[in-house]
Design a protein around this ligand. Structure first.
Ligand code: 1HE
Length: 265
């Protein structure tokens, strides 16, 4: 596995501050951050290497006015891929997005402009989505003679339900504004999605890394299990996390009455 500094990134930017808040930037703005094969390979490289960098949380953002225009339609048309070739491409997309969802690090997306097609597949693999006033969500695959291939059939219904996804794909319906939050496409709608994403990343980074590891991997895994097995797995994860050394100071501070109380501001 290549370390993050050994990766040759052309379509992504990577940065990390002294607090362990990492930033991954989709950096192909002239193509509206369309996902070509190279970008997917870079996402796999970065999100594979990230857990060993000491990062505590990740902000996924984009250069230019749009978060991501989905599959690189020009490359796809030019390559004239066979079914098997495109299936392999989709498996690389799954690899990239699974690395994001299951790697155990909080990933917060700062959304703006178009979050469409594969862009929504990418956004739906992160743990928290923050939108701004320009953000809109769509699945234009139907209009392009295509179908989702980056995990949308699993992740989008988990956010908004099957009926809404089918409607988006059949009719090209776009969601924006309050409606997008209300249906579950984003958890926050603010004027500055990047500023809010960093604020949330810093908040999440205050948790113990092991708790965040469980939150950002175990919950997703448990959705793939039967309820019975998920409950057992939950007990196992809690057995490890809830007895960790790093929790002891927090528990004794609560017992002394010096810990924060869980109340609205
Ligand atoms: C692209 C792409 C792209 C832009 N692939 N090159 N996704 C879509 O159907 C969305 C397609 N894109 C758009 O509808 C619009 O570009 C946007 C609404 C996102 C932005 O509009 P705008 O006016 O700001 O930009 P533009 O002039 O349309 O595009 C600027 C450049 O980006 C232009 O290239 P140029 O060389 O002519 O300057 C565009 O060709 C390029 N560009 N979007 C390639 N998607 C695993 S399966 C997933 C299946 C899907 O994702 S389907 C959804 C595809």
């Amino acid at each position: 596995m290549l370390g993050i500094s050994e990766l040759r990134l052309t379509n992504l930017l990577f940065d990390m501050d002294e607090d362990g808040i990492a930033t991954v930037t989709l950096n192909r703005p002239t193509k509206r951050n369309a996902l070509n094969a190279q970008t997917i390979e870079e996402l796999i490289g970065v999100f594979t290497a990230l857990p060993s960098t000491g990062a505590r949380a990740v902000v996924l953002k984009a250069s230019g006015p749009h978060f991501c225009a989905g599959l690189d339609l020009v490359e796809h048309g030019r390559e004239e891929r066979s079914p098997a070739e495109f299936m392999r491409i989709c498996l690389r997309w799954h690899e990239a997005f699974n690395k994001i969802e299951y790697a155990g690090l909080p990933v917060i997306a700062a959304l703006k402009g178009a979050v469409v097609g594969g862009g929504l597949e990418l956004a739906s693999s992160v743990h928290i989505r923050v939108m701004d006033e320009t953000t809109y969500f769509g699945l234009p695959e139907g209009q392009r003679g295509l179908f989702t291939g980056g995990g949308a059939t699993i992740r989008v219904p988990a956010l908004i339900g099957k009926a809404r996804m089918v409607d988006m794909m059949l009719t090209g319906r776009l969601y924006s504004g309050d409606e997008a939050v209300n249906v579950g496409l984003a958890q926050y709608r603010v004027a500055d999605s990047e500023a809010k994403a960093y604020e949330l990343a810093r908040t999440a980074a205050q948790n113990t890394p092991l708790s965040n590891f469980a939150v950002c991997s175990a919950i997703s895994h448990m959705q793939n299990m039967s309820g019975f097995d998920a409950a057992y797995a939950e007990a196992m994860v809690a057995g490890i996390v809830n007895t960790q050394e790093a929790a002891k100071g927090r528990l004794s501070s609560f017992a002394r009455g010096t810990a924060n109380k869980i109340k609205p501001d």
